[in-house]
Design a protein around this ligand. Sequence first.
Ligand SMILES: Cc1ncc(COP(=O)(O)O)c(C=O)c1O
Length: 345
Amino acid sequence: MRKDRIWPQLCRFLTSGGTLANLTALLSARKAITQADIWNKGTVNQLGIMVSEEAHYCVDRAARIMGMGEQGIVKIPVTDDFAMNTDVLLAKYEEAKTKGIEIFAIVGSAPSTATGIFDDLSKIAAFAQKMNIWFHVDGAHGGAGIFSEKYRHTLKGIEHADSVVIDGHKMMMMPALTTALLFKDEVNAKATFSQKADYLLSDSEHEDWYNSGKCTFECTKNMMAIYWFALLKFYGEEVFDAYVTQLYDMGKLFADLIEDEPNFEVAITPMSNIVCFRYCSPSLTLERENALNAKIRQSLLEDGEFYIVQTKLRQKFYMRITVMNPFTNIDHFKNLIQKIKRFVL
Ligand SMILES: Cc1ncc(COP(=O)(O)O)c(C=O)c1O
């Protein structure tokens, strides 16, 4: 990966999955931002992070593993279009402070898993800078959009992040499991699991770039760098642009087809290849509509041609697709819609 894609200088290593990478980034954030040497001495202080209520559950889990408890996960509500509501950040921060919670990081979703909607990373970055807290971007799904000329704008502001996670096994065509964890500042990346105080880190430790065991959670690992190397060597970066762009385009196309249908609706115009949609009918109550959509999804799963997952947004049950195969075409989408109509009849 070219170094200047996100930052001119960066430190990066690979971990086994986005879940572990998010935890590692938050550990680095805690080390860098809090005054105390928590890694060595522990803490009785109530620490906290800020994150959208639509973020992937692994961020919540990471915070709990780090001992912050539920009270340390300051959930930020979303706007009507499911992005983190950045207007309430200051109020939420002050509220947490009043309760004695020391916020040290804010996490932006790029995008959130359920809806595929990107948080406004520029606004989050500005807030993080103002409050002097760590800015982490969970780009497990959409971080690869940085390669897409057409969709790079979804990540505007990512260049201000202190750390970024990108899954190779999601939008970069690699076999599971390989995740890039990128740090703006090498010192923070290397200090995370260090038993030594920061001021004792020697130059040689900084230069010890090949020893990833020192800065990742895992000890033994697969040689996952081979996936990245092989794809870059054979196809070059262009393949990531082509892949992401094609799949995001297909997400938009599917949403357009759904919107042309009188008895279907999308939850939100997609920003990526994730689309939430549902069958709806004015003659049905919300409860019955939800039950019908759940039944449609179950029928589709049993039929076996399409794999559809589910999500609930503002009390409404949605079917959710993620277009992952670049050979998916409009006929597949039309077939899916026809199939759903047949199930309803
Ligand atoms: C936004 C986001 N973050 C983190 C994860 C977890 O990544 P992994 O499954 O690689 O642990 C996912 C997985 O779907 C995700 O969509």
